[in-house]
Design a protein around this ligand. Structure first.
Ligand code: MN
Length: 255
């Protein structure tokens, strides 16, 4: 056996014994796996990472004070346990978070991945998609802006508890690839956000291709694909109704 093969064999043995130990090891407490129910099934989709794309509709980029040139997309993450499941049956209560006085809605199409990859070509990127959901990228806008102005991380503005309300994930077989159609958000019945998914600067396929150059994508990753113009504040008592053509509406009451 040459040295490289021998090293490979010993590493494989190490990995196998590590996995066996992990399976046998007891932990002092359990950590819940974040999941999102899959529509029309008894399955849940385990969430590994939440990626979000920023400024992906030209008119929203302008309202955020930037120039919507087709520069490479940029991404941030929310922790997986930031998901808050919003059942299509009824209205889900969403607590107004601490520390903010300017709490914003951003309605977004979410793509859920069941396959991973690195450097995925754009023509193959949609093969990674398991299904789609309606999501809200809730944002403490005042803190996001304050941190941005100081060139500090945005985390506190974007990545807090329950910052990612999401409806059930609809399998591809049910809804197909969602690349166009209306995306609308009403607050207390008043239309705030209204656009077409085809107005995205970077399509979901292009987002996956770009993301996979920076990170190895894995099954369980979900991608919030950006919000159109019309983001704005909500207050306790407000009811948000988010709709994306082909998916059931999302009804969330801020409490
Ligand atoms: Mn967003």
């Amino acid at each position: 056996m040459d040295r490289r093969k021998a090293l490979g064999a010993s590493l494989a043995g190490f990995a196998a014994s590590g996995a066996a130990q992990a399976a046998a090891a007891k932990s002092p407490f359990t950590v819940a796996q974040a999941v999102v129910p899959v529509a029309a099934s008894d399955e849940v989709f385990p969430v590994r990472r939440i990626y979000c794309v920023g400024r992906n509709y030209a008119a929203h980029a302008r309202e955020m004070g930037s120039d919507p040139k087709r520069e490479p997309p940029f991404f941030f993450q929310k922790p997986s346990d930031a998901v808050q499941f919003v059942s299509p049956a009824g209205i889900t209560e969403h607590p107004y978070p601490s520390l903010t006085k300017n709490y914003h809605h951003e309605l977004e199409l979410v793509a859920a991945l069941h396959k991973g990859g690195r450097n995925v070509p754009v023509e193959q990127a949609l093969d990674l998609v398991y299904g789609y959901a309606v999501g809200l990228d809730m944002t403490r806008r005042d803190l996001q802006r304050f941190m941005g102005e100081q060139k500090k991380p945005w985390e506190i503005g974007k990545s807090f508890d329950r910052a990612a309300p999401i409806g059930p994930i609809h399998k591809l077989a049910q809804v197909g690839h969602i690349t166009s159609g209306a995306i609308r958000l009403k607050v207390n019945g008043e239309l705030r956000q209204a656009a077409d998914l085809k107005d995205m600067i970077w399509s979901v396929a292009e987002q996956i291709a770009h993301l996979s150059q920076a990170f190895e994508l894995m099954p369980g990753d979900i991608i919030y694909s950006g919000t159109p113009e019309g983001v704005g504040p909500v207050l306790p008592g407000d009811i948000m109704e988010g709709t994306i053509a082909g998916l059931p509406p999302l009804l969330v009451k801020v409490v």
